[in-house]
Design a protein around this ligand. Structure first.
Ligand SMILES: CC(C)(COP(=O)(O)OP(=O)(O)OC[C@H]1O[C@@H](n2cnc3c(N)ncnc32)[C@H](O)[C@@H]1OP(=O)(O)O)[C@@H](O)C(=O)NCCC(=O)NCCS
Length: 219
């Protein structure tokens, strides 16, 4: 199986919408207006993965100045309601991962990994400090009555539990730096909760950046 990752074009919008509908049946899918806005404000940040000419995954990102936000900012505010019109390459040093998804039928075959390899390469090319994102805790609903999202996240970080999304992100080199409740609306899997995750660009990160990242207590 040969996977190609390339910039998104308008010809990909229908396929991306179809994947979104299948993965998030309880949420409104990406709209063409949102996807067109992403391409307009930051074309390099919008990626699709394809196999034999068929779009099977995507990753969408924008650049933010982190100081304009906080660890518990929700997805809507990080993405300006999904339009990315808050993209701020003049001031920002953080690539914000707003979405990554792979068609259900081909999950677990390395496609998400390809998308993240390209995302990290983009950060290195642009000389940005890091990638940050909210990793929705998609397995949290299974234990919600038994533990808080913070406890769940710690157990996933230590490997005691596995989460379909966060365990993948950890394999991609991400560290957890916080937990955001109310990050998402309409997500019956995470119940709105996300781990705030970070990957630092070793070419520009300082010891202070690593120290700040490692402050989150996985105790
Ligand atoms: C999360 C997602 C993008 C991963 O994409 P994928 O193509 O299935 O992942 P890959 O096959 O590239 O897996 C990469 C690595 O993560 C691991 N991984 C993937 N899913 C995992 C899971 N559910 N549990 C544990 N590890 C997992 C793989 O084993 C692989 O490890 P390796 O590098 O040692 O081989 C995909 O499952 C998805 O679309 N999920 C639904 C949408 C979603 O929740 N997106 C995140 C929004 S925050």
């Amino acid at each position: 199986m040969s996977v190609t990752v390339r910039p998104m074009t308008p010809a990909d919008f229908d396929a991306v919408v179809a994947i979104t509908r299948a993965i998030y049946p309880a949420s409104p899918p990406w709209s063409h207006a949102q996807l067109a806005s992403h391409i307009e404000v930051f074309p390099e940040g919008q990626l699709v993965a394809e196999i034999d000419g068929e779009v099977v995954g995507m990753a969408a990102s924008l650049i933010v100045l982190w100081d304009d936000y906080s660890l518990d900012t929700n997805w809507r505010d990080f993405t300006d309601h999904g339009m990315f019109t808050n993209h701020d390459p003049a001031r920002g040093r953080t690539l914000y991962g707003a979405e990554v998804m792979v068609h259900r039928e081909v999950q677990g075959q390395g496609i998400g990994k390809h998308l993240y390899t390209e995302r990290r390469a983009l950060v290195e090319r642009l000389g940005l400090l890091r990638v940050r994102a909210g990793a929705r805790l998609s397995g949290y609903h299974r234990v919600a009555g038994k533990m808080l999202p913070e406890e769940y996240t710690k157990r996933v970080v230590t490997g005691e539990l596995s989460d379909p999304t966060l365990s993948f992100q950890i394999k991609q080199g991400f560290h957890v730096i916080g937990v955001a409740r109310d990050y998402l609306r309409n997500d019956p899997e995470s119940l709105g909760n996300a781990a705030v995750i970070e990957w630092l660009n070793a070419a520009v990160a300082t010891p202070a950046d690593y120290a700040a990242r490692d402050k989150w207590d996985v105790g």
